[in-house]
Design a protein. Structure first.
Length: 541
């Protein structure tokens, strides 16, 4: 694509100015207003001295200001930076310094952290606060006041080679910024619409108006990201994709996911697409539907064409429950920040799907760890997932870039760290992330496989599996699970129940059962917390 995101969204706004771009509760923002407010913010950033290529931190909960802040940053040639709202002082300062941030937009409820670290970020020139009930930060400018004080910035030409960046979650060490060129990344997102068959996805900016008009007429999109915009699943699969085709992004108002709120919004806004992160969202979605069915007042799900998940396991039994209660096609995407989409699994009203089974995307393959040769289908050999990606490296980390972005047969691939086997039909079975692999007495155990087995028990709601030190075997398998059953299943019961499903060396030697387990806001497992929790249980017991 020969344009950056700002130019693309300007074209979309010109094509469908009166369509809703953003909805959150009673707030309704058209594309005309969306583009104008982003242009005013761009003007304010330039006036404050924010330079081309500088970072603009978005330290926000899901809100219209998040999307306007990103659009405005793109418009002035800056690099919007996703900042996890759970970050405290050290992590926040690190991210702003690493990204070269010269401005930050933040909710006032997070302002005390910004105030404490502002002097540690030497390049920071502008603080913009969005009032959500927190205290005013001295020297910060209110978001609405800033926009009102500046005229819209003139539109700037683009090439599509401008740098876009998303910071990873930092599951190992501090977060790293993954770099893409706008044109490469937007082109991949547009290409995903080819499966709908409405019209050929645009390859150049000049082709965007006709494609948007065709999409709005044939399959208008209203998308809800259930997960945070600060993560790739919420931003890429929901918000960015919807805004590329003149669709509406509907944001939930609650700061914590409420499945009943989601289904209420689906009914009210006639939502066509729900974006989630695996079982952590799918399970409460299904329970909310079941609860309303039991009350005799089932939710109206007839508008939902797609439920899309990425980032973690989405179990087959939860897919089946949603298939029975919605007309949606369930699209399970396998991917990562660096690799993009590696594979997919599709289920619908008359098509089931297995857990962790995927068809490889174009440009993806499974290779051996040592010599990077392709794994033979049906051989049972384990290999690492590799894919051709829109990403081209890590910001400020050439060594990690060299380890992750590797050349195989003359082509650059991203080695995602995920392990899989290749079935005889060419499909793959995902084993798990290699960095989480547990080595117990020389046997490799992937936590995801054990977690899925534990979650099949009718008394278990969720589970995380970790390795803990063992004097004899190096590591042993341990689990922390949650249960709403009364009484919850015991450790002995769970271990006995697991015997027909997984090998004996994979059965956790310790299982701590709690009322709830801790996951990140995007639904991904917090394995550090699980490890601490299990270790404390072992020590105390």
């Amino acid at each position: 694509m020969d344009a950056d995101f700002a130019s693309i969204w300007e074209i979309v706004a010109d094509t469908v100015p009166d369509r809703l771009a953003i909805v959150q509760g009673s707030r309704r923002i058209t594309y005309r207003t969306y583009e104008e407010q982003a242009a005013r913010l761009a003007s304010a950033l330039v006036a404050a001295g924010v330079e081309e290529g500088a970072g603009v931190g978005l330290y926000l909960y899901n809100s219209a200001e998040y999307l306007i802040g990103q659009f405005g940053g793109f418009k002035c040639g800056a690099v919007p930076v996703n900042v996890n709202y759970r970050y405290l002082d050290d992590e926040l300062a690190y991210l702003l310094i690493d990204s070269g941030a010269q401005a930050i937009v933040f909710h006032t409820s997070l302002g005390d952290r910004v105030d404490r670290i502002r002097d540690k970020v030497p390049k920071l020139r502008l603080l913009v606060e969005v009032d959500d009930g927190g205290a005013h930060v001295e020297g910060a400018v209110a978001f609405d006041d800033l926009l009102a004080a500046h005229e819209p910035a003139p539109r700037a030409p683009s090439t599509g080679r401008e740098r876009y960046m998303l910071y990873t979650g930092g599951t190992t060490g501090m977060p790293k910024g993954v770099m893409y060129r706008h044109g490469d990344f937007s082109g991949r997102l547009y290409d995903a619409y080819a499966m709908l068959g409405v019209a050929p996805p645009p390859q150049r900016a000049s082709e965007i108006p006709a494609f948007v008009e065709a999409m709005v007429k044939a399959v208008p999109t209203t998308s809800v990201p259930c997960c945070p915009l600060m993560h790739g699943t919420g931003m890429w699969i929901s918000a960015m994709r919807a805004h590329l085709v003149g669709g509406t992004v509907v944001l939930l108002e609650s700061r914590h996911f409420d499945a009943h709120e989601l289904w209420d919004v689906v009914e009210r806004e006639r939502v066509t697409e729900i974006v989630i992160v695996g079982d952590a969202f799918a399970r409460p979605l299904l329970r909310a539907l079941e609860e309303r069915e039991a009350q005799g007042t089932a939710y109206d799900t007839s508008s939902v064409a797609w439920i899309v998940s990425s980032g973690t396991i989405w179990s087959a039994e939860l897919k089946d429950g949603l298939r029975e209660r919605t007309p949606a096609v369930l699209l399970d995407l396998l991917g990562s920040t660096e690799a993009g989409t590696i594979g997919s699994s599709v289920a619908g009203s008359d098509t089931g799907a297995e857990t962790a089974k995927f068809s490889l995307a174009s440009g993806a393959r499974v290779v051996t760890e040592d010599d990077r040769r392709g794994v033979v289908p049906g051989s049972g050999e384990r290999g690492m997932l590799a894919t051709q990606s829109a990403a081209y490296g890590y910001w400020n980390d050439p060594e990690k870039s060299a380890r992750t972005f590797v050349e195989i047969d003359g082509v650059t691939y991203v080695i995602s760290g995920d392990w899989a086997t290749v079935e005889a039909d060419g499909s793959i079975t995902l084993l798990g992330r290699g960095s989480n692999c547990i080595n117990t007495g020389g046997e490799k155990v992937f936590p995801e496989e054990v977690e899925e087995a534990v979650k099949r028990h009718p008394g278990i709601d969720d589970c995380m599996v970790v390795g803990i030190p063992d004097e004899r075997f190096g590591q042993r398998v341990a689990a922390v699970a949650s249960s709403s059953a009364t009484p919850p299943p015991s450790e002995e019961e769970l271990r006995h129940w697991l015997r027909p499903y997984i090998s004996h060396f994979k059965i956790p030697s310790t299982i701590v059962v709690l009322e709830a387990i801790r996951r990140a806001p995007n639904g991904k497992a917090d394995y550090d917390w699980a490890r601490r929790t299990v270790s404390a249980g072992v020590t105390d017991g």
